[in-house]
Ligand binder design. Structure first.
Ligand SMILES: Nc1ncnc2c1ncn2[C@@H]1O[C@H](COP(=O)(O)OP(=O)(O)O)[C@@H](O)[C@H]1O
Ligand SMILES: [Mg+2]
Length: 301
């Protein structure tokens, strides 16, 4: 898949204080790109630069291969829908009235508006005033407003922020449906679990720098997973290993945290050298949280 968004050494400094450092983003067309990072890591600033709301200090942005310049900006931004920070929409108007405003502003057809509303599953709530909507419904209305123009790319800044579990699940389902329809979605979160399994490509930001970018599988491959050693006497094996390794008992095996191949060979040799029967050596599952901790050096999300 070609990349719909690429940035080259994209950076933002406020006065002399850098908040985003030389980002080389690569967002493949048709994916859900999870843009993850702790609060203050530069997610919103980056998204605003992509949307022409914040001027980059240096670097280049390309959308669909075309550089964003003063002369191309309007046209490129016309293909991007976005939801940044608080959801838009007038509280004293109904959902339908809000959608009609967007329709007039952008000169859209009835079909486009109806499709956007159906995609976010708000068709049965259009006659309610927006101030009576739940936060999740407001977010979905904001996404419908962004979707009505049928963008190729949707940029959503923390759309799950503050939602209850049902609201989060609704947004997750929506992101999957959009990706199924061929819309590329870039979605940010400071909470790993919220877009975790929904994103097919991840970009992880820490302190304004891209710590990782790639698929979930690539992320896991990069970090050394736990090793489980099966022996008839795991407690004895644990006592032998606990001096040199981060070891603990795990059912009928010994679990060693985050070992690369070399360290695994060393641990096994140590056990065999001490006369322990090693019946099996397996790689354990790691959670995305564990992997993220490795990347950020324990700073967490
Ligand atoms: N207009 C601004 N002027 C000065 N500093 C800013 C401005 N906007 C954001 N920042 C700083 O840039 C950093 C990144 O902020 P932001 O992009 O909002 O991070 P995130 O969205 O990941 O929480 C923060 O330290 C924030 O204080
Ligand atoms: Mg933010």
């Amino acid at each position: 898949m070609p990349d719909i968004v690429t940035t080259d050494r994209l950076a933002k400094r406020y006065r002399e204080h850098p908040v985003v450092h030389d980002l080389d983003l690569r967002i493949p067309e048709g994916c859900v790109y999870g843009f993850l990072g702790p609060n203050g890591s530069g997610k919103s600033t980056t998204m605003k630069m992509l949307l022409g709301l914040v001027r980059p200090s240096s670097g280049e942005i390309r959308i669909g291969g075309r550089p964003m310049r003063r002369s191309t900006r309007r046209e490129l931004l016309g293909g991007i829908g976005s939801l940044i920070e608080t959801p838009p929409g007038y509280g004293h108007l109904t959902g339908r009235e809000n959608m009609r405003l967007v329709q007039r502003l952008l000169g859209l057809g009835d079909g486009q508006v109806a499709r956007a509303v159906r995609t976010v599953r708000l068709q049965d709530h259009l006659d309610k005033k927006v101030r009576a909507y739940s936060l999740g419904m407001k977010q979905r209305l904001g996404i419908a407003m962004a979707l009505a123009r049928e963008p190729r790319l949707l940029i959503l800044d923390e759309p799950t922020n503050g939602l209850d579990p049902a609201g989060i699940e609704e947004i997750r389902g929506l992101l999957r449906r959009l990706a199924g329809d061929g819309v590329t979605v870039m979605v940010s979160s400071h909470l790993l679990g919220e877009i975790d399994r929904t994103a097919t490509v991840l970009g992880i930001l820490g302190g304004g720098r891209l710590l990782f970018q790639g698929t979930r599988a690539e992320l896991f491959a990069r970090s050394a997973p736990d090793v489980l050693i099966d022996t008839p006497d795991p407690a004895y094996a644990h006592s032998l290993l606990s001096g040199g390794f981060e070891s603990r008992l795990d059912g009928t095996s010994v679990r060693l945290a985050g070992l690369d191949d070399r360290a695994t060979a060393k641990a096994v040799a140590h056990l065999v050298g001490a006369g322990v029967d090693v019946h099996g050596v397996r790689r354990g599952e790691r959670s995305l949280e564990d992997v993220f901790m490795d990347l950020t050096g324990g700073g967490g999300l």
